[in-house]
Design a protein around this ligand. Structure first.
Ligand SMILES: *Cc1c(COP(=O)(O)O)cnc(C)c1O
Length: 451
């Protein structure tokens, strides 16, 4: 019988994360202070983030970083996640390719973000922090953080973009169910929020407003730390549990991927599945191709520039060396909210620069076509973000159909779409459109990057 799902026993779970920085031929450039342009060290970052996360952020030496026992214990609530052979999708496509996906949608929150939320909350707790705060747009990260905070006995305060709070009401219900205090941003609870509301009483909120409120809360409240769900190196590090498991599971299936694909917002689920396999390209001569699938409406990997830029819209963060569309770039309001970010993580940006991976951009309608086909052939309704990875995998499988190649394609299913059904309704009603960015728009925003 053909085996469909490959699952590791709890005793076989990886016990370390993989730090690709140790193996990179060219190390990432450091974050720098916007005014002094001096490189930032652990002490400069540790008043905002848990210290251990800052140490991991800048660690270019240790290849494997042990996962604390307490985090492994919480991982056991839902890990391993299944590696699945997509026989249904293969058949529908009539492709000779072997398609596998890693199903990160099967956990209490329904996306991969929990893998890092648990680690960040654990370190915060260890360091004597009592409160954590963050911002969230669509709400996946806020939900993961709310859960992880409750698991480790921390208080969580989440600033959710006001307009998203109205568009995706169930995500704030989830956060509140796990005990988080959820505030629509901009709010009257911070100085930054008050300033914004004073200027514009009906401001709909943005990730920029929510970040400034969360950072203000963290820096003005004793024992409160700020956490981030993507982009930073330590977040991608925690996500490597995905690829390390997949490596063992592919071995169970007796195969090794020729192509590894994930959708791309800031890079955490991509790095999570890709880095453990990329290490064999770097060290053992493997020639796997790595493809990051970004939305056509936010094409930093395929049409952005490699520059030092702010990590956030408002310009509060350090400057990071990254592929960016400019921090002032305002992506169209696509349903894949988790992919609406102007820049790429620092490690990924360096890897692209060095030709070790590449991006593709996927139009919104193609992503939904792919998500529909996947739902109907594999029985899982994917998150609109994850559908970008599915679309890229389908493109590769169709190429194999042309050439007759039996390539092994592995993609990450970063989450399910069960609370995104209004997006599916719009698709089914024929109300969704594509948003192609003009060169002029990209040019204009690149000019706003500080020199
Ligand atoms: C947040 C999110 C993403 C994008 O974030 P990355 O850091 O690029 O992984 C992708 N898929 C889902 C389901 C998400 O919640």
């Amino acid at each position: 019988m053909k085996q469909k799902r490959f699952i590791l026993q709890e005793s076989e779970l990886p016990t370390s994360w993989y730090n690709i920085q140790a193996d990179m031929p060219i190390k990432p450039m450091p974050p720098i202070h916007p005014a002094t342009k001096q490189p930032l060290g652990v002490d400069d970052l540790a008043h905002i983030f848990p210290r251990e996360c800052c140490v991991q952020e800048l660690d270019t030496e240790h290849r494997f970083i042990p996962i604390p026992d307490e985090v492994i214990e919480k991982y056991r609530f839902y890990r391993s996640t299944p590696l699945v052979r997509a026989y249904g999708l293969e058949e529908a496509l009539q492709t000779p390719a072997h398609i596998y996906f890693k199903n990160e949608s099967v956990n209490p929150l329904g996306s991969h973000k929990i893998n890092s939320a648990l680690a960040q909350c654990y370190y915060a707790k260890q360091e004597g922090t009592t409160n954590v705060t963050t911002e969230t747009g669509a709400g996946q990260w806020g939900a993961a953080l709310a859960y992880a905070a409750s698991v480790f006995g921390l208080e969580a305060a989440v600033y959710q973009v006001k307009i998203s709070m109205q568009q995706k009401p169930y995500r704030s219900s989830i956060m509140r169910t796990f005990g988080a205090a959820v505030t629509g941003s901009p709010s009257m609870s911070t100085r930054a929020g008050k300033d914004i509301i004073t200027r514009d009483p009906h401001h709909p909120g943005s990730l920029g407003t929510a970040i400034s409120e969360a950072v203000e809360l963290a820096t003005t409240t004793p024992n409160c730390k700020y956490t981030l769900g993507s982009v930073l190196n330590h977040v991608g590090l925690h996500q490597t549990i995905i690829g390390l498991e997949a490596e063992k599971q592919m071995e169970m299936a007796g195969e090794y991927p020729d192509v590894v694909i994930a959708c791309f917002g800031g890079g955490s689920n991509f790095g999570g599945i890709a880095f453990p396999f990329m290490r064999h390209n770097l060290k053992d001569g493997k020639q796997t191709e790595f493809i990051a699938a970004e939305p056509e409406s936010c094409p930093k990997l395929t049409r952005g520039e490699f520059r030092y830029d702010f990590g956030d819209e408002a310009g509060y963060t350090p400057l990071l060396p990254m592929f960016t569309l400019g921090h002032s770039f305002k992506p169209a309001n696509i349903h894949a909210g988790g992919l609406r970010y102007h820049g790429a993580g620092v490690i990924i940006s360096q890897l692209i620069k060095d030709g070790l991976m590449h991006g593709v951009d996927i139009p919104q309608l193609e992503s939904f076509d792919a998500g529909m086909l996947f739902a109907r052939t594999e029985g899982i309704i994917p998150a609109p973000e994850s559908s970008h990875a599915i679309a890229a995998a389908i493109r590769e499988a169709n190429k194999c159909k042309q050439t007759g190649e039996e390539k092994v394609i592995l993609f990450n299913l970063s989450g399910h779409g069960l609370i995104d059904m209004s997006a599916y309704d719009q698709y089914l009603n024929g109300d969704l459109v594509n948003y192609r960015v003009t060169d002029a728009d990209i040019e204009k925003n690149l000019q706003n990057i500080p020199q």
